[in-house]
Design a protein around this ligand. Structure first.
Ligand SMILES: [Zn+2]
Ligand SMILES: [Zn+2]
Ligand SMILES: [Zn+2]
Length: 169
């Protein structure tokens, strides 16, 4: 008997496409996960870092540093590029956000407790991105690299296409 049968089939809302879930719950969940994770690691989720994370989580669409800066400037006239970059560096280090290379933009991580590199499905039409379940892909890549005697340093795994909503549109 497997013990985890009940949680196994539960897909968290924030792993899903827009329209398929209550996104407000997603944001609340992401922010509370972030604050308990930071407490546990004894690092400070300052008001600014929290606000940047909240802005990133405001949708499932990756957002760039300058778009974040524009919003922050309207809230704090003193906000400057380094303000945003420092907050983003912190959020990346803590695994709370990922940078999507092909878009040079950021998205909230759905599993910040487990250290991993983000892998994404990105919708070409609406721009939403969803994290792939990674373990199998990670292991396959690692095994293939070992078989070729290759040492992986960075990986970018991003697939573009159409999300369920845009396939119907
Ligand atoms: Zn959501
Ligand atoms: Zn992630
Ligand atoms: Zn879409």
């Amino acid at each position: 008997m497997r013990k985890k049968t009940t949680t196994k089939n539960t897909v968290k809302a924030n792993r899903n496409w827009r329209g398929s879930h209550d996104h407000n719950a997603c944001v609340v969940d992401a922010l509370s996960t972030a604050s308990s994770l930071c407490d546990k690691r004894r690092v400070r989720l300052t008001a600014l870092r929290r606000r940047v994370l909240e802005l990133i989580w405001s949708s499932h669409k990756p957002i760039g540093a300058y778009a974040l800066l524009d919003i922050l400037k309207s809230e704090h006239s003193s906000a400057q590029p380094p303000t945003v970059y420092r907050a983003l560096d912190f959020l990346k280090e803590q695994g709370l956000v990922h940078r999507i290379e092909s878009l040079n933009a950021f998205i909230g991580c759905t599993e910040p407790y487990h250290s991993h590199s983000g892998m994404f499905f990105i919708c070409d039409h609406c721009g939403d991105a969803v994290e792939m379940e990674g373990a199998g892909i990670d292991a396959a890549m690692q095994n293939t690299a070992e078989a070729r005697g290759f040492q992986i340093q960075t990986r970018t795994i991003e697939a573009s296409g159409l999300c369920p909503g845009c396939q119907m549109a």
